[in-house]
Design a protein around this ligand. Structure first.
Ligand code: ZN
Length: 334
């Protein structure tokens, strides 16, 4: 028997025992090393996103392969792996098209399936990606959210001369800052937090502003009279998104990356008149994990600043405490 952190009903978690299965065929048994907690987990915790209870929480985590089934080909005992939390069947029409992230029978660990906040998990080899030892387990769980940012960037086009506006400078926003800079863009970040504005500058943002400075006159002044080619929202704040359309150039792209269960009320005539390309992005694909691992191991994307709290799995106690005073990701060690 091993222990896992279950959400037994909204806002109530409990550590309970479960039976650890033996890995069969193409499966590996992974001993969890570290995991991080994100906004989606908090929405599940609050009950805003419904799940079947009890549910083991968590979908960002890394571990060590300690046993493997007889058909496992590439992974070995002792390999450090990041787990792809997307469950997919490989056989539905969307999987056959390569859109595993949209699998009709698919789901996410910690939401439709039991998640990663547990001592051991059995996963198929194709959903565990080997990571080099040079990537510390202090930051490695963030490779999963980075893979979703990589995925989103493949759905839009950022050219080296582009002006890119990034709304919100939390973990996701700061990853978008770094990827946009790697693509050569001029990047302006927007956040209410002085600390986040400071970190965005350190991670490469050319300019940072607060939402109250966010108007057409100020933007034109900052960008030499140009508007934005691409706007990336990570806030899911309807007012901020609506205002941002005023500073998007005709033919520009609006990437709605922030996730919310709220409705957006957008100016349809402006969207039509500017021929705005609205893009949404969900989760990530296997290849995005490979790119994310390489970006981190080559030090092109820095994750150290995106972690705010470190805690042992055995000392979690009240799960809500994890969130207190935390600007970025809390990391849990097993
Ligand atoms: Zn499928």
């Amino acid at each position: 028997m091993a222990k896992a952190l279950y959400l037994v009903q909204p806002k109530i978690t409990k550590i309970m025992e479960y039976k650890v299965d033996k890995p069969k065929n193409n499966e590996v048994l992974v001993k969890m090393l570290s995991a991080s907690v994100c906004e989606t987990d908090w929405k599940i915790f609050e009950g805003e996103v419904k799940v079947r209870y009890p549910r083991v929480m968590g979908h960002e985590g890394v571990g060590l392969v300690i046993e493997k089934g007889e058909e496992v080909r590439d992974l070995n005992e002792g390999d450090k792996v990041i787990i792809d939390p997307n469950v997919y069947d490989n056989t539905c029409p969307l999987c056959r098209e390569g859109k595993f992230n949209l699998c009709i029978r698919g789901g996410l660990l910690g939401r439709e399936y039991d998640g990663l906040l547990r001592e051991y998990i059995v996963v198929p080899e194709y959903r565990a990606y080997k990571i080099p030892d040079s990537i510390s387990i202090e930051v490695a769980p963030l490779i999963q959210p980075l893979s979703t940012v990589v995925h989103a960037h493949k759905l839009i086009s950022i050219k080296p001369n582009y002006n890119v506006l990034i709304l919100g400078l939390g973990v996701m926003g700061l990853m978008h800052v770094q990827l946009s800079k790697l693509q050569g863009a001029n990047v302006i970040g927007v956040s209410r937090s002085d600390n986040k504005l400071k970190i965005a500058r350190e991670l490469g943002a050319d300019l940072v502003i607060k939402p109250e400075e966010f108007n057409e006159v100020k933007i034109k002044e900052l960008t030499n009279n140009e508007l934005f080619d691409v706007i990336i929202d990570t806030t899911a704040d309807p007012d901020l998104i609506r205002n941002s359309i005023n500073v998007l150039r005709p033919g520009g792209t609006l990437l709605l990356f922030g996730i919310s269960t709220n409705n957006l009320n957008l100016p349809m005539y402006d969207l039509y008149y500017k021929e705005v390309k609205i893009v949404t992005s969900r989760s990530s694909l296997p290849g995005d994990f490979l790119d994310a691992i390489r970006l981190v191991s080559n030090n092109k994307v820095k994750l150290e600043r995106l972690v705010s709290k470190r805690i042992s799995f055995w000392e979690i106690g009240d799960f809500q405490e994890l969130r207190k005073g935390v600007e970025f990701r809390p990391i849990i060690f097993f």
